[in-house]
Design a protein around this ligand. Structure first.
Ligand SMILES: Cc1ncsc1CCOP(=O)(O)O
Ligand SMILES: C=C1C=NC(C(F)(F)F)=NC1=N
Ligand SMILES: [Mg+2]
Length: 220
């Protein structure tokens, strides 16, 4: 498990912003700074899809965004790329079912944060056995930010996991906005994870504040 206990992980998941250079038409540095001012609680650098940065450019942007998070005491998570996470000493990694096997990742990262995408109960049980600190469940609603998503699940998936006594911290992801975020919390999610609701917002800080308000009003 990570250096953080599950209570702390649940708090970190409250408003989990995910972004890479392909998710915004503005400078990602500016967008992250505004999102932090708006109250995000965790950040994931996810450099993926058409036109994604690679090699030195990817490392450079990761280091820039990591510094911004460090200065704001926001943990910095790297998506998929465990080598990059270790190279820059990130606070954690997030891997999907098709990425490096979670048990091997836990071995490599020690007590850094490990998040795993899961879509079924058996994937969740494996992820927990492999040392996941949190589960990413989704897509909850339709999304344009990821090509190869699994079937849209709605919040029932989160409810089912809780009914089956899965107590691991859970964050919902996929098509989440300030108009549906509170349903994810009511279903038993500890927080919401968003890309476009923040990265593509006209006013990033304001959009983040509104999302945070929706999530905070339901924290039980
Ligand atoms: C990475 C990911 N995993 C499931 S849906 C998704 C994309 C979420 O993006 P958005 O918040 O813009 O719908
Ligand atoms: C595909 C993903 C699914 N869930 C998450 C998170 F929200 F962090 F759990 N991140 C991803 N990159
Ligand atoms: Mg992945």
């Amino acid at each position: 498990m990570s250096e953080f206990d599950s209570k702390r992980i649940e708090e970190l998941l409250t408003l989990y912003f995910i972004m890479g250079s392909t998710n915004c038409d503005r400078d990602p540095v500016y967008v992250l700074e505004q999102a932090i001012e708006g109250g995000i609680t965790l950040f994931q650098y996810r450099e993926k899809g058409r036109g994604a940065l690679e090699g030195k450019q990817k490392v450079k942007l990761a280091e820039k965004l990591q510094k911004i998070c460090k200065d704001a005491s926001i943990p910095f998570i790297v998506n998929d790329d465990v080598d990059l996470a270790l190279t820059i000493d990130a606070d954690g990694v997030h891997v999907g079912q098709e990425d490096e096997c979670a048990r091997a990742v836990r071995e490599r990262i020690g007590n850094k944060i490990l998040g795993i995408s899961t879509h079924t109960l058996s994937e969740a049980h494996h992820a927990i056995a492999d040392g996941a600190d949190y589960l990413g469940l989704g897509p909850i609603y339709p999304t344009q930010s990821k090509e190869d998503t699994e079937k849209v699940q709605g919040t029932e998936l989160i409810q089912n996991f809780r009914e089956l006594n899965i107590t691991t911290p859970i964050v919902g992801i996929g098509g989440i906005t300030s108009s549906n975020a509170n349903k994810v919390i009511q279903a038993g999610g500890n927080g919401v994870s968003v890309i476009s609701a923040i990265a593509a917002a006209e006013n990033v800080k304001q959009a983040t504040e509104q999302l945070k308000k929706q999530v905070d009003k339901n924290v039980v």
